[in-house]
Design a protein around this ligand. Structure first.
Ligand code: SF4
Ligand SMILES: [Zn+2]
Length: 253
């Protein structure tokens, strides 16, 4: 367990976040019964887009309906904050929410920083006490957005997503049955494309859960040491089955 994720420390930081984000201080009004929405949105006859939306809400400043997403990160640096403006999850969740509530225009992201604990005994210039005493107050909180998505952007996301889903499906079939052979050894026939998507120091492999397996040159004879069998499951509820609180006029938060 990393020290920064120790249970008591997490609880203390989340308590601070709640103190900062009282109902009055939130930039939006939560919509009633619109928290933790698991959705499945049919995209084509064979592709269903699934996810879980933290919350739907209405911005206090503009009245826009938005998806609210809460994220944690070790370090809330400028590059990390900026990446969400062009993030595919933002487009996908706005697309999904819009199928249920057409008024949704974008997403607002609440960020909770969970940094490594400060161990230095030297005095903090901000708080005037040793860093070990003000450590928790160095966890930053921030709201990103709302990040808006136009209809054209959402349609572009949908088209790209369909292309990618078809590609992944064909790779999956290839891995299942390659030249008559069946089994895990077929993954060796698949390209390691994550290695080609480097953006400065961030690439797909760094955050990929298969990275240990790939780093070891995909030792298929020891696959069970690296990989866990986790069958994919589908969320049971359909977002379309949920009521649209904005359809009746005022939000009933
Ligand atoms: S670590 Fe992940 S992203 Fe990188 S090549 Fe392997 S499977 Fe692809
Ligand atoms: Zn301090």
């Amino acid at each position: 367990m990393q020290a920064r994720l120790e249970k008591q420390r997490l609880r203390a930081i989340f308590d601070l976040w709640l103190d900062h984000n009282t109902y009055e201080n939130l930039p939006f009004t939560p919509l009633k019964e619109m928290a933790e929405i698991r959705f499945q949105v049919p995209i084509t006859d064979t592709i269903v887009y699934c996810g879980a939306i933290d919350l739907l809400a209405q911005m206090k400043s503009t009245g826009h309906a938005v998806v609210v997403d809460i994220k944690t990160t070790r370090s809330m640096n400028r590059r990390w904050l900026r990446k969400w403006a062009m993030d595919t999850q933002v487009s996908g969740y706005v697309y999904a929410a819009k199928q249920h509530m057409p008024q949704v225009l974008g997403m607002i992201i609440g960020v909770i920083e969970l940094p490594d604990p400060k161990v230095s005994k030297s005095k903090c210039k901000v708080h005037g006490v040793p860093y070990t005493e003000c450590d928790l107050f160095h966890a930053n909180f921030h709201w990103i957005g709302p990040i808006l998505r136009s209809d054209a952007q959402l349609e572009s996301w949908r088209r790209t997503m369909v292309q990618q889903a078809r590609r992944y499906s064909s790779l999956h079939k290839k891995a299942l049955d390659c030249k008559g052979k069946k089994g895990i050894e077929n993954v060796l026939k698949l390209p390691q494309e994550g290695m080609f998507t480097e953006i400065e120091y961030v690439n797909s492999c760094v955050s990929c859960e298969l990275s240990n397996f790939c780093e070891a040159d995909r030792p298929t004879h020891m696959a069970s040491n690296y990989l866990a069998h986790q069958p994919w499951f589908c969320f049971p509820e359909m977002i379309k089955d949920m009521p649209n609180p904005l359809a009746q006029g005022e939000p009933n938060a």
